[in-house]
Design a protein around this ligand. Structure first.
Ligand SMILES: [Zn+2]
Length: 427
């Protein structure tokens, strides 16, 4: 019920003009600013238009007038708006509105879409021009997957991406060597950055020496050398080689690669493989998402694909391996981005799944503060948006999540949302 109500609130509000003297004040906040591991106690955050204009112990009288909106935040904890660094919008405009309202309800104010389309660019423009209220969207183009893509075609893709206004090329598993080479050598000339899967024809070690900056999904590391631990095609009851974790992580670190683990996506596959009772349908607004993304059998093929004990064993060990890998990545100070692959797999609800990802990162043994970084300052830095986003500071865009409980004590408290502020406005 809560979602349905908010859907209307979020999507029908269009008057966001405000004059120079209109302020919103968050009173008596405990701020978790995320530029260092600290809490600023009993502060007042003053916002004007879409920015934070002051953070003060006592509110300056100039900010208080008949138009000032004050929100009492006593005993609340304020964190920056969250980023989901691996999201999928699909190609259907009615779905975008459902996704956006769910994301915002869960405090996700910034989204890195890893499979763009013309429809999504149109939607993004409407948000950027304040015709629609939604999270700030950054998107790659369509994923580059063709195993026969020629060098000429790849060059044309670069031109198309640039023309349309995409900033990222999404590399996919089976992309041809010729195309990858073009992207690697020429993307920079087009101001495009490379992110995505590990292309199998390049492989893990060779990828280290390329301009691909981000590896999406730690599971990708399992499928390439030196591990070659495949799922779904192999039934052999063997475990991945845990001895290789240290080498793999130090190789990534040495080559300054960013990693987005998306544990929640792999966990979804593991759960589906073991699941026998899927619901027959889901309630709105999730049913539309679920049918578009084939969440439920018989269209969902995952339960049949992983039906044998051997395949399920490999999924379980593959998951355990990734958790150990992620812990070591954090130990070696690799830069991690929290991403979900939502809503492409069963039960990956937009927004909610980001909180689950944060909790899974916690289950790897990472500290609360380090986990929060993966959904705030880290993605802001990776996406080169840290001038405006990722921390709570004067002059930054006021995207904030007001929490009832302290997430530095228990990362699960990011779900205890009191209110969400988007571009200086309470939703
Ligand atoms: Zn994805």
């Amino acid at each position: 019920m809560r979602f349905i109500l908010l859907l209307f609130v979020v999507l029908t509000t269009s008057s966001c003009s405000s004059d120079q003297n209109e302020y919103t004040v968050l009173k008596n906040c405990n701020i978790i600013p995320m530029y260092k591991d600290t809490i600023l106690v009993k502060k007042n955050i003053i916002m004007q238009n879409d920015r934070i204009v002051a953070i003060e112990d006592k509110i300056d009288g100039n900010y208080l007038n008949s138009k000032t909106i004050t929100i009492d935040c006593s005993n609340k904890f304020i964190i920056p708006g969250l980023f989901d660094s691996h999201f999928h919008y699909g190609r259907k405009e009615t779905l975008y509105k459902v996704s956006d309202s769910l994301l915002l309800n869960y405090g996700v104010t910034n989204v890195f879409s890893l499979h763009g389309s013309d429809e999504l660019l149109t939607h993004k423009k409407k948000i950027d021009n304040a015709e629609l209220i939604g999270p700030k969207i950054i998107s790659s183009g369509r994923n580059q997957r063709a195993d026969d893509l020629t060098a000429e075609e790849a060059l044309q893709q670069l031109k198309n991406h640039k023309e349309k206004g995409f900033e990222y090329i999404k590399i996919y598993t089976h992309l041809s060597e010729a195309a990858f080479e073009v992207y690697n050598n020429k993307a920079k000339e087009y101001n495009l950055r490379l992110v995505g899967h590990i292309p199998r024809k390049i492989g893990f070690y060779q990828l280290m020496d390329t301009n691909q900056e981000l590896i999406c999904h730690t599971e990708e590391i399992l499928y390439n050398e030196p591990l070659n631990y495949l799922m779904g095609v192999d039934d052999t009851v063997t475990e991945p080689n845990y001895q290789l974790i240290d080498t793999i992580v130090s190789t990534l670190k040495k080559n300054s690669k960013w990693v987005s683990p998306t544990l929640v996506a792999f966990k979804s596959i593991l759960t589906q493989a073991q699941k026998t009772n899927f619901p027959s349908e889901l309630n709105p607004p999730l049913n539309e998402i679920a049918s578009y993304w084939n969440w439920l059998p018989p269209k969902n093929q995952i339960p049949t694909k992983f039906s044998t004990k051997g395949k399920q064993f490999r999924l379980e060990k593959g998951y355990l391996f990734q958790k150990l890998l992620v812990k070591e990545m954090n130990n070696q100070n690799l830069s991690l981005l929290a991403g979900t692959d939502s809503p492409a797999l069963f039960n990956l609800t937009p927004g909610k799944s980001l909180h689950r990802e944060l909790q899974l990162l916690g289950s790897c043994g990472i500290s609360e503060y380090e986990i929060l970084k993966t959904a705030t300052i880290n993605p802001a830095q990776f996406l080169r948006l840290d001038k405006d986003y990722g921390t709570i500071e004067i002059n930054k865009i006021a995207n904030l999540v007001i929490l009832n409980k302290n997430p530095l004590i228990n990362i699960g408290n990011t779900e205890e949302i009191y209110k969400v502020i988007l571009n200086g406005k309470q939703l």
